[in-house]
Design a protein around this ligand. Structure first.
Ligand code: GSN
Length: 237
């Protein structure tokens, strides 16, 4: 029997959470090494396990994979969640990349200045309702149950993860999106997803202060070095 994938990250959502979701949707069990200290991260680096001295890192199929999107794409392809041809893969990539723009904003929100939190939350809600959700609502309006190819794909798994995250920012965010409401209910009921949504699963909660403090220590986060932690969040400046 092939070894279980092993996930190296801290004990929180961050970039690894989408990997956890995708493996859960694929029905793959995995082990996790949850880093607690900067020393543990440095040891992985010293052992040459992290190509870019960064996590997420996933040991799977004899490889030490890094770069979140590369990891996700590999898992999606391996478990038949990445479309049936190049055109479906392109659609999945186009949808997922849009979702990640919004996802990254939410992921980085705990690093925002407290006095700017409300402004950032409003921006996330505005982007969700004006730019991203209308795209997926329109796709699903054409009588489709899934975004691409009428079967579950990485795009659907990521969309459900994202919807739940945006709802944590603003609980009525789906008010004007009936198809997304149906989609959320339908996909949440798929047995593997339903299991992942149950308490006690490896799904992580939103980042709290204790987790943020741990992250600051593990990665030696410095105030004022925005480029170190952000990507698309700055795209609107
Ligand atoms: O998507 C990726 O996996 C990479 N492009 C970025 C990974 C990354 O920034 N990892 C952080 C951990 S917290 N982020 O999710 C990291 O390892 N930072 C330490 C460092 O020296 O960059």
């Amino acid at each position: 029997m092939a070894a279980k994938p092993k996930l190296y990250y801290f004990d929180g959502r961050g970039r690894m959470e989408s990997v956890r979701w995708l493996l859960a949707a694929a029905g793959v069990e995995y082990d996790e090494v949850l880093l607690q200290t900067a020393e543990e991260l440095q040891n992985l680096i010293k052992d040459g396990k992290l190509l870019y001295e960064q996590v997420p890192m996933v040991e799977i199929d004899g490889m030490k994979m890094v770069q979140t999107r590369a990891i996700l794409r590999y898992i999606a392809a391996k478990y038949n969640l990445y479309g049936k041809d190049l055109k479906e893969q392109l659609l999945i990539d186009m949808y997922v990349e849009g979702m990640r723009d919004l996802y990254d904003m939410i992921m980085l929100l705990p690093l925002a200045l407290p006095e700017e939190k409300e402004k950032n939350l409003s921006f996330i809600a505005e982007r969700a309702t004006q730019r991203f959700f209308p795209v997926y609502e329109k796709v699903l309006k054409d009588g489709k149950n899934y975004l691409v190819g009428n079967q579950l794909s990485w795009a659907d798994v990521h969309l459900l993860e994202l919807i739940l995250m945006v709802e944590e920012c603003k609980s009525d965010i789906l008010l004007a999106f009936p198809k997304l409401q149906e989609f959320k209910t339908r996909v949440s009921k798929l047995p593997r997803i339903q299991k992942f949504l149950q308490p006690g699963s490896p799904r992580k909660p939103p980042m709290d202060d204790a987790c943020l403090e741990a992250v600051k220590k593990i990665f030696n986060l410095e105030k004022g070095l925005l480029f170190k932690y952000s990507s698309t969040v700055l795209a609107d400046f």
